[in-house]
Design a protein around this ligand. Structure first.
Ligand SMILES: *Cc1c(COP(=O)(O)O)cnc(C)c1O
Length: 385
């Protein structure tokens, strides 16, 4: 039986083999494993691509979030960490790291419900929360989930009105856009991930921080190397959180293909959309046939609304088709956030979608025929009662 994995990194490697092998060979020749030339080359290339003054390579997307928050605490409060009374608004329907980073930076996450169409944080609910609770709120972390932008002008307006910082979690949306601007260039600071399953993935862990703010950039650069300009005499509580040369070299080689690959992701999402049109029992991503401009489809996620999500997943697995549930548990239901996070009102949509979402294979190099097999299998299941 032919297997259809969520993505096929071997296929991608074959496709870019020459570039990647050359990049690795150059590293083998120069042997500069820490802060080698590829790190700065990648930082410069991505900064130009995103349209920001500074990009700083870091060891993961999670660290990119923590470092961003720590730099904000240092810059805004003159403190190493936020205080527990400092609240940061974010979504409960995201990867663990988004909320965890808030705790690691000393602050309290406030989970606000999502919009049921985009699955991103609900702007109206943020506004509602801020009416009565703005006094301790210091910032907002919008997450561009599945490659889909948050409506950033509304978020930026609210932030300006209440004097809040905005940290964009761009882990799933490298290359994504909002009204002609690249995601990660709109808020005060942005956090990217090069985890292998992201749109721009390395051969291991890696991440990046983007910002126009010179001071934040300077602090992040210190924090990734133990907290000082000179690591033998440091100013702050730092980390060893550098992006290593080899990852930078691989990501830089793959970066050449990012626009082509993002375009292919959209092509695949459109094949799915057309294939599923009129099918009962599922809701398409963004609830529409046409993909919004700027969506980079890190995932193609349907909602199975007839209560048979797990059954469908099991059935597809039996046919060799991999699927994933991103995410099965909303953050506010996790033990780690009990007593450490706040919930605004009820998170009805977040609690509903965790039981309905199913992400289907999306690999930029898959042929139409492969996607049609998945469509056929999903249709077959849903049409039999
Ligand atoms: C993947 C991801 C992260 C963390 O990135 P890592 O590189 O795995 O540490 C953070 N936020 C979101 C939304 C993610 O999808």
């Amino acid at each position: 039986m032919k297997q259809i994995p969520m993505m096929d990194l071997k296929l991608e490697y074959e496709y870019m083999k020459r570039d990647i092998n050359l990049a690795i060979e150059r590293c083998l020749a120069h042997q500069k494993w820490i802060f080698g030339p590829e790190v700065e080359q990648l930082e410069t290339a991505v900064a130009e691509y995103i349209g920001v003054k500074h990009c700083i390579g870091v060891s993961s997307g999670t660290e990119a979030l923590v470092l961003s928050l720590r730099s904000l605490a240092l810059e805004l409060k003159g403190q190493e960490y936020f205080d527990k009374s400092d609240k940061i608004i974010t979504t409960s329907f995201t990867f663990t790291a988004t909320g965890d980073a808030v705790l690691r930076a000393g602050a309290t996450p406030v989970f606000i419900d999502i919009d049921h169409v985009t699955y991103n944080i609900d702007l109206a609910k943020i506004r509602e929360y801020l009416i009565h609770n703005s006094s301790n709120v210091v910032g907002i972390i919008p997450v561009h989930l599945y490659g889909q932008f948050c409506k950033m002008d509304g978020i930026m307006e609210l932030a300006a009105e209440h004097n809040l910082f905005v940290l964009e979690d761009v882990a799933q949306a490298f290359g994504g856009m909002w009204k002609g601007k690249k995601l990660g260039s709109i808020g005060n600071i942005g956090a990217f991930s090069f985890f292998p399953s992201k749109n721009l993935g390395g051969f291991g862990d890696g991440g990046m921080v983007s910002t126009d703010n010179d001071k934040l950039a300077e602090i992040v650069k210190m924090l990734i190397k133990h907290g000082g300009k000179n690591k033998y005499n440091v100013d702050h509580i730092g980390y060893n959180a550098r992006l290593d040369t080899l990852q930078a070299a691989v990501v830089l080689a793959k970066f050449k293909y990012i626009d082509e690959f993002n375009k292919n992701r959209r092509r695949i999402a459109e094949i799915y959309n057309r294939g599923f049109v009129g099918l009962h029992g599922i809701i398409l991503p963004c609830s529409t046939l046409t993909l919004p401009e700027g969506h980079v489809c890190n995932q193609y996620t349907i909602r199975v609304t007839d209560g048979r999500r797990d059954e469908l997943q099991h059935c597809l697995k039996g046919m060799g088709i991999s699927t994933m549930v991103y995410y099965p548990v909303p953050l506010h239901k996790m033990k780690v956030f009990k007593g450490r996070g706040e919930i605004f009102s009820v998170l009805k949509e977040s609690e509903r979608v965790v039981n309905e979402v199913l992400s289907l294979p999306i690999e930029p190099l898959y042929q139409e025929e492969t996607i049609c097999q998945v469509i056929h299998a999903v249709k077959g299941f849903l049409n039999k009662k």
